[in-house]
Structures are given as C-alpha cells and as structure tokens.
Design a protein around this ligand. Structure first.
Ligand code: TXA
Ligand code: MG
Length: 318
C-alpha cells in the first residue's frame, strides 16, 4: 500500500539534496534530485561509482521527459508502447536543460525512463522533478531487489531514507535503447525483451560497437558480482559449490541449491535472479564454498538479460 507520509518524508529529503532508496519494478534505485549537482554527486560517492558512468533520470512520463531531451518519432513510438515500464531511452539532451551535467557524465545524451512502480511514481510526482537513480548497490555489486538488500548493502554513506515497496516484480534492470534518428541500439538487454521492442518499433535493434570506453559503462565486463565466483553452464555442482538451478536441471548434490524457476518460466527466473544470488552468496560464505555453479538459461525473452547479468557476474574481476 502507498504510504503518503513516507512519500512526503522522502520527497522532503530529496528536495533538500538527500538520497532515498526507492523501489521500482526492476530493481531498487538510489534516488536524488536530477537537477541538483551536489545531490547527484552524493550518489556517485555512496556507490563508489566511477564518475564517467552516467545515470538514468526517472520521469513521470513523456511530458516531463520532453523538458530535458529531444524526442524523435521512433522514441515516441516506444514511449507510447512501453511507458511507464522497464525501458530506458538514451536521447539527445536539449540545449537549454536544467538536468545536471553529472547525470550525463559529460555525454551529449541523457538516459530517461518512466518507472511503473506506484511508489516511484508517487515520489516523482511529489518532488515534481526528475530523479537520478542508479541501482542502490555499491558499484560493481549485485543489484538490490528488496529493501533488505539495500539495508544490508554497503552504500557509504547509507541512504538518508529507504522506502520498502516489497520485492521488485521484474528483478532485472531496464532495457536501455539508444535512439539516434532511425537507428535503435540495444545498449543493455533488460526487463523488456528485445523481441517486444523490435515488434513495437518495426525495426531491428543494433548491437553496440565494442568501444574501449563502453557506451553504457554498466557494460563493463565485471559487474553485478556476488562475492563467490560463478561457474556458468553447469549441469551439476561440485561438492564445494552452491547450485543455481533452472527448470528441471535440479541438483540434489549441493547443500545450497535454489531453482530460478522450476517450471522454466523466464519472467519468474528474472524476478528471482538477484535475490537468489544474494541468498546463495550468503550461504557460500557460511559453508566456506568458493563458487556458485549455474545451470544454463535459454537466451530468448528475459533470458537475454539474465544471461547478460550472469556473464558479467562470472567475468574476471580487477
Ligand atoms: O532498471 C533500471 O534501469 C534501474 C532502476 C533503478 O531504474 N537503474 C539502473 O541504473 O540500472 P544504473 O545506473 O545501474 O544503470 C544505468 C546504465 C549504466 O550502464 C549507464 O552507463 C547507462 O545506463 N547510461 C546512462 N546514461 C547513459 C547515456 N547517456 N548513454 C549511454 N548509457 C547511459
Ligand atoms: Mg547498476
């Protein structure tokens, strides 16, 4: 249920330049006033985030977005089809815009999305400004899908306030699409399947070029990482491994097993992904296990986002 007092308290903190962890339908975000440089700088500090990594501005809808970015026809089509929801659009910043330059980290574009979660929408409406909000985790670590993940996480300093909106329904971050005239590029697969975006746009999503400086630095190889290491495409766990199962690929051998979706439902698997990785990570620490073996997950629908996050969590770390 929507708690009006909590929304008001959170809105006051944000207006004063503070940080609030807010639930969204994808993952929990660490929100600040996107027009206040000092507040946005505080997000980078709390996350320990490299300052070249730009943030998503969360808006009420197309009207608020149009104050900050140019919206070409193809973007409008996607907005009509999917907002509010798990789709972020990267669009050219307007020349005269009050959006903090830090949000774009020096780029001439800004990432904008209208979240669907009631609490996030109420908070944006109460502040009546766009909210800059990356996932509410320390940079490079697992994204939070519950208020407890944020509370037990290592944001430093911690948020001024955490709004508990229950577990995130989708469980993986938004899909990020860059709109450049008639060209659409999928910068990050996410909570809206590629197939749905291509259908609505009537266009194929391009793959970003492998630049040295990644265009969406959430695209850095190692990301979304638990403390334990990950071994992908495993049929079963070794005796010192936890097991993250999918579908009928269950493993009776490991002392620590969870199944992303016993029925093989990719939406259910996405919703469980980060919560189960958090859970297995804790159990690995308790059992002195070093690794989590992960069953294969099909690569269609939300499977593309799940496999993307798993690959990054498994990537070698600095
Ligand atoms: O579902 C989500 O998108 C969540 C919730 C809280 O809304 N937010 C989220 O934010 O995942 P964050 O900061 O963890 O990821 C934002 C991604 C980063 O990979 C960043 O590099 C990319 O968006 N990004 C932001 N602005 C960009 C821009 N102007 N051009 C290209 N990529 C951009
Ligand atoms: Mg993140």
């Amino acid at each position: 249920m929507l708690d009006v007092n909590k929304i008001e308290r959170a809105a006051t903190i944000i207006r004063d330049g503070g940080l609030v962890a807010m639930p969204t339908e994808t993952v929990y975000g660490l929100a600040a006033d996107a027009m206040n440089d000092g507040a946005v700088a505080r997000i980078f500090e709390a996350k320990g985030r490299p300052t070249f990594n730009p943030l998503i501005a969360h808006v009420a809808g197309a009207e608020m977005a149009a104050r900050f970015v140019d919206i070409p026809p193809l973007a409008e089509t996607l907005i009509d089809a999917f907002w509010p929801g798990p789709l972020t659009l990267v669009l050219p910043r307007r020349k005269e815009t009050a959006l903090s330059l830090l949000v774009s980290a020096g780029l001439e574009t800004a990432a904008i999305r209208a979240p669907a979660h009631k609490t996030a929408r109420a908070l944006i409406a109460a502040v009546d400004r766009p909210l800059a909000a990356p996932s509410a985790n320390r940079s490079g670590r697992l994204s939070p899908t519950t208020a407890d993940h944020v509370r037990n996480g290592d944001l430093a300093p911690p948020p001024d306030f955490i709004i508990d909106g229950g577990p995130s329904a989708i469980g993986v971050e938004s899909a990020i699409v860059k709109v450049d005239g008639d060209t659409l590029t999928l910068l990050r697969p996410g909570g809206l399947p590629r197939e749905a975006i291509e259908d609505a746009a009537g266009a194929i999503l391009q793959t970003p070029p492998q630049a040295e400086q990644p265009e969406a630095p959430g695209m850095l190889a190692s990301h979304y990482a638990p403390s334990a290491s990950l071994r992908l495409n495993a049929t079963s766990a070794k005796n010192d491994e936890a097991f993250l199962a999918f579908g009928d690929r269950t493993d009776d051998g490991s002392q620590a097993t969870v199944n992303l979706s016993a029925s093989g439902d990719l939406n259910e698997a996405a919703a469980n992904l980060f919560r189960y990785l958090h859970n297995l990570d804790e159990r690995c620490a308790a059992l002195a296990f070093k690794a989590i073996a992960v069953a294969p997950v099909p690569n269609h629908g939300l499977g593309e986002a799940i496999n993307d996050r798993l690959a990054r969590a498994a990537a070698p770390r600095e």
